[in-house]
Design a protein around this ligand. Structure first.
Ligand SMILES: [Zn+2]
Length: 206
């Protein structure tokens, strides 16, 4: 895994973020440290080059061959695809545009849009992987709560509606602060690759 960090600070989320001042920036790099340390989740997110980051990662159509990222990710290495765990029918992957640090998604390999489209092996393993995601996030990050669920359909807010995915978003007391509220900027405390490694290490054995 190429670990050359490109330490330009990126503002995550909506554009127009300008009111947050200049506290972002220099303090990031010196805090780069050992994976697994308790303060790992206190760094600003400073993404570096990853094969996975290119453009919007949005499909051009509803088919699996239309650039659906959830169809492409399983063909990548764990590091490039940010895959945390792979099962027989589903996989767990970090969200590139996380709502919070450690935001995981559990995704069937098969390109299906609706929960009722899942066969038995898929929905059973989706449930098992959701449990393991919770366990891994608790172990790796001490998450105090979670938002778990899926948005089915564009009108429900699904970013990639054609390929179902279950969100598992860890929460901590105080994880909403002035940055998203005032600055319209979501500051993410950790490199996604480091997060992926932490969660992969914390993932329960089957
Ligand atoms: Zn797909």
């Amino acid at each position: 895994m190429s670990a050359e960090p490109e330490e330009s600070v990126v503002q995550q989320g909506r554009e127009g973020a300008s009111g947050a001042g200049d506290e972002r920036g220099p303090r990031l790099e010196e805090q780069r440290g050992g994976a697994g340390a308790p303060d790992n989740f206190q760094r600003l997110w400073t993404p570096h080059r990853m094969a996975y980051i290119k453009g919007e990662n949005k499909p051009t159509g509803a088919g699996s061959g239309d650039g659906c990222p959830f169809c492409e990710i399983p063909g990548m290495s764990d590091e490039d695809g940010l895959v945390v765990a792979r099962g027989g029918s589903v996989f767990a992957v970090l969200n590139l545009y996380p709502y919070n640090s450690g935001h995981l998604m559990v995704v069937p390999y098969r390109h299906v849009a609706d929960y009722t489209d899942l066969d038995e092996a898929e929905y059973l393993e989706l449930a098992v992987f959701t449990q393991r995601a919770l366990a891994a996030l608790r172990k790796a990050s001490g998450a105090q709560g979670f938002n778990v669920g899926m948005n089915l359909g564009l009108v429900a807010g699904a970013g990639i509606a054609a390929h179902l995915h279950q969100h598992v978003v860890p929460r901590w007391g105080g994880d909403t602060n002035f940055m998203p509220v005032v600055g319209h900027t979501k500051v993410l405390p950790q490199l996604l690759r480091d997060t992926r490694q932490l969660l992969a290490d914390a993932w329960p054995a089957s």
